[in-house]
Design a protein around this ligand. Structure first.
Ligand code: DQA
Length: 142
């Protein structure tokens, strides 16, 4: 089983970006965690990050065509991108939405997600462990 872990804008700056909110784990650490978890679970995991919405849409189209499950942290796009939502709506395998921070404890504009109603489940506020939990759940579905 293959799983794509897709991270959206500013997540490449994990570790230096607002560490009080997102912690000290870097994006490279996050990749290592996901690959380690995938190896433990016996699944193929690929982690990608982009600050470009069109790139994210292309990766979601690729996942839809290949019937690949997706773990998605769309960052700020979560809260306003109907284009990312539409691409998620076309996915053909389960989608798990992840947020490192507890968006519900933060500003009002972070409380709404355009993606949650399309997701099999949503994990928020558990730091980067949320990615490992999402992978574990998807591996159990295989
Ligand atoms: C985030 C939460 C979003 O509101 C924010 O724009 C991000 C990161 C999170 O992982 O907590 O970029 O998705």
């Amino acid at each position: 089983m293959n799983v794509l872990v897709l991270n959206g804008p500013n997540l490449g700056r994990l570790g230096t970006r607002e560490p009080a909110v997102y912690g000290s784990t870097t994006h490279d650490d996050l990749i290592a965690l996901c690959l380690r978890t995938g190896a433990e679970l016996g699944i193929e995991v690929e982690v990608r990050q982009t600050d470009h919405e069109g790139q994210m849409l292309e990766w979601l189209h690729e996942a839809a065509d290949a019937r690949t499950p997706v773990v998605l942290n769309a960052g700020a796009w979560t809260h306003y991108s109907i284009a990312v939502r539409d691409a998620c709506a076309a996915l053909t395998a389960p989608l798990v939405e992840v947020h490192i921070s507890n968006v519900h404890k933060r500003e009002q504009f972070r409380h709404h997600s355009y993606l949650s109603e399309l997701a099999a489940g949503v994990i928020v506020g558990l730091g980067v462990d949320g990615y490992a939990l999402a992978l574990r759940w998807l591996a159990g579905k295989a």
